[in-house]
Design a protein around this ligand. Structure first.
Ligand code: SAM
Ligand code: SF4
Length: 338
């Protein structure tokens, strides 16, 4: 099997000039909770384990992607910490030439026991999902108990001293309004960054409606009325999806990811690899490029690189949510990788 050895960077640039240097890798579609905005409550058919890419296959894929300019990785799922010995994968990925930033998104339930090992394996940053500080609301959202364990996970991550720890909260109308102030206060007290992410039409049960959107603008005014004025922070990276603000009393920052009310497709630099080895160029496109069949059939790294280029070349300008011909993707968030 041939390996690409190139010093000349052949970047993954699409027809709109968007440079794709950011890869999200789902390591599993399984999860230990059942958030209603992501997974079905029951009767879930998970991918058989043999369909998931092995750590060797993921490493090979990333090695090829890195020769094409991919430098930022985020591991996600499903719940990535359910995958056995995830720190072994992190160690392999951190050693790949060209990889400069290695991050993880987790629900935090298994983080307390894994944080130290993840950090020493080379994980730079952790995003922890935290939608509420109320156990009853946690159970209503995730259909499972566990808030205490998530909080333990957050504190363990702080102990492990990652470069950055961020809290992600979903923003859904008639649910999140009551959580905004307690979450912001928690983040401020514990010196954590907090970002609110608008609910997207990626729930498995297909209940999403445009009316469910709680915009960043609404949350901002809740925060300014109850806590403190906010001032925008200049973006250092135009492809970052969040708009960040700092509290003018100097205590913390708040960010908003508004993919529906303020789409940022024009600056998108992201590609996705699903747990079963399919490449996707957008959360909202159903088209997949089959990397697994190349990885499993002793085909060359050149073919893998070509597949990545084809995937990027076919990327549409925007997700089209709100357009008359928009169709919700067939896969839900946990199947693609959030
Ligand atoms: N299980 C991990 C977790 O929850 O952090 C990683 C995977 S999860 C799919 C990644 C992120 O996607 C979470 O922050 C979650 O809140 C977010 N998410 C899931 N479904 C969503 C939806 N329909 N709209 C917006 N964000 C969603
Ligand atoms: Fe699991 Fe994360 Fe989806 Fe919640 S959002 S069901 S934690 S994969």
């Amino acid at each position: 099997m041939s390996r690409i050895h190139t010093t000349e960077e052949k970047q993954l640039i699409d027809s709109l000039g968007r440079v794709h240097n950011n890869l999200r890798i789902s390591v599993t579609d399984r999860c230990n909770i059942r958030c209603f905005y992501c997974m079905p409550a029951e009767n879930i058919e998970f991918q058989p384990r043999e369909e998931l890419l092995t750590y060797e296959e993921i490493e090979r894929f990333v090695t090829v992607a890195a020769t094409l300019g991919v430098s930022k990785l985020r591991l996600t799922g499903g719940e990535p910490l359910l995958r056995k010995d995830l720190s072994k994968l992190i160690k392999r990925l951190a050693a790949i030439p060209g990889i400069r930033d290695l991050a993880l998104t987790t629900n935090g339930l298994l983080l307390a026991e894994q944080a130290a090992a993840l950090k020493s394996a080379g994980l730079d940053r952790v995003n922890i999902s935290l939608d509420t500080l109320n156990e009853q609301t946690f159970e209503k959202i995730s259909r499972r108990p566990g808030l205490e364990r998530v909080l333990e996970g957050i504190f363990a991550a702080q102990q492990a001293d990652f470069k950055k720890i961020r809290l992600n909260a979903i923003a859904i109308r008639n649910l999140t309004e009551a959580e905004v102030i307690p979450l912001a206060q928690f983040a401020r007290i514990h010196a954590l960054e907090l970002r609110f992410i608008e609910f997207m039409p990626l729930d498995a049960e297909g209940h999403w409606e445009p009316e469910d959107i709680l915009t960043g603008a609404t949350i901002r005014s809740l925060l300014e009325n109850e806590l403190c004025p906010l001032e925008p922070i200049e973006r250092d990276d135009p492809s970052q999806p969040a708009t960040d603000y700092r509290f003018t009393d100097g205590l913390g920052t708040i960010g908003f990811i508004n993919p529906v009310s303020e789409p940022f497709c024009g600056d998108c630099n992201r590609l996705r690899l699903t747990a079963e080895g399919q490449i996707r160029n957008c959360l909202f496109s159903d088209t997949e490029w089959d990397a697994k069949s190349i990885l499993r059939n002793t085909r060359s790294d050149h073919e893998l690189a070509q597949l990545l280029r084809e995937c990027v070349a076919a990327k549409l300008p925007a997700h089209g949510i709100g357009q008359p011909d928009f169709k919700k993707p067939t896969l839900a968030m946990y199947q693609i990788g959030g």
